[in-house]
Write a protein that binds this ligand. Sequence first.
Ligand code: FES
Length: 272
Amino acid sequence: MNKIIRKEQFSEKVFLFEVEAPLIAKSRKAGNFVIVRIGENGERMPLTIADADIEKGTITMVVQKVGLSSIKMCNLNVGDYITDVVGPLGNPTDIKKFGTVICAGGGVGVAPMLPIIKALKAAGNRVLSVIAGRNKDLIILENEVRENSDETIIMTDDGSYGEKGVVTVGIEKLINQEHIDKVFAIGPPIMMKFSCMLTQKYNIPTDVSLNTIMVDGTGMCGACRLTIGGKTKFVCIDGPEFDGALVDWDEMFKRMGTFKRAEQEELEHFEE
Ligand code: FES
């Protein structure tokens, strides 16, 4: 049982939770994730660790209400307990001195991007960040990203904040501005796919973090199976970060679609 010690609402559907998890706080690295369960029979939901405080023994996660489990979690309050938090899971991000790096985060993808930005900066990189959202309300963690980046561009689809346009517009602007050695893109699969298509045009290696369905998180169940570079990989143990140019995006969309239908049925049942 892990106690919630802080809850913040970022937008109508996006919440931040700070939760007691001292061992995970101590050992987590940028790119790691946890699997949480709400209720004994709750499904397992992977969430990236956005931040950790070793002294307080807490980790921070950002959750978007998209399905039954995330709605259940977002309904919890300070003082409530999460049934269990397992982790840190997955491989840490490949952090080294690349030179100049673009970190592009879309929607709640900015949360997992934040520790990567901090780690890249600490490794001596020039970090240029692009934060994107459909509108102003969906731009999260702007101050934290700005504090840790050399330059930050905000993009909104409707132009209600920052510059008008999708995330790739911001990425391309930076590519035209200076030499870029590496790109990290985290967000909805469609955003990551288009970011990779753009950077491939300029031959810039791009890592993405995949948030697939997960059950056990240990490579046993196969729920997170995807084809990467023609080979079957498990996102939970081989990822969650991969070279975006090697990801079979169409397969990923198909699998996410299957998941959405099942989840919708469950959600309707929950709302009855
Ligand atoms: Fe089961 Fe990855 S979550 S194999």
